[in-house]
Write a protein that binds this ligand. Structure first.
Ligand code: SF4
Length: 143
């Protein structure tokens, strides 16, 4: 599952003996961005593609884990009628949870839906997201 932070010029990887964290440098100047964004981030208004010279080192860094969900975060207020899940097959059920944007803790179920054509998920009612808030989309396990 692709993670925007891995190729973003605003990220700094922080490694310890046992773990690796992705630190968002925008957090120093903008409260909408948590210091350690819950991964993987698949949609982010602050994303800026890293210049080519840096891409090699990023490409060769392996994330230590993959979460079976997609994280969406926004720097301004949005109404979200649909979103895209890369690589999730048509027909999979998806649960959408509001999360604590800093810790990633699940707060409440916002919606459920099915993945449609091309990985697009159309919601019955748009999700209203305020600046700095985030949600995750969690596909059901394949049957
Ligand atoms: S949270 Fe957004 S701005 Fe920060 S490093 Fe990740 S993609 Fe870049």
């Amino acid at each position: 599952m692709p993670c925007l932070c891995e190729t973003c010029e605003n990220v700094r990887a922080v490694s310890t003996a046992r773990s690796r964290f992705l630190l968002c440098r925008l957090s120093a100047t903008n409260a909408a961005y948590p210091k350690y964004p819950p991964q993987p981030v698949v949609r982010c208004d602050g994303y800026r593609a890293r210049k080519f010279a840096d891409e090699r080192s990023v490409t060769h860094m392996l994330p230590l884990y993959h979460d079976p969900h997609f994280t969406f975060r926004f720097a301004d207020d949005r109404s979200i009628p649909r979103f895209h899940l890369e690589g999730v097959e048509i027909g999979r059920r998806v649960a959408v949870y509001k999360i604590n944007p800093d810790s990633g803790e699940r707060l409440s179920l916002l919606a459920t839906a099915s993945v449609g054509e091309g990985g697009w998920v159309d919601l019955i009612e748009p999700i209203i997201v305020r600046a700095g808030e985030a949600f995750i989309a969690v596909p059901d396990s394949p049957s």
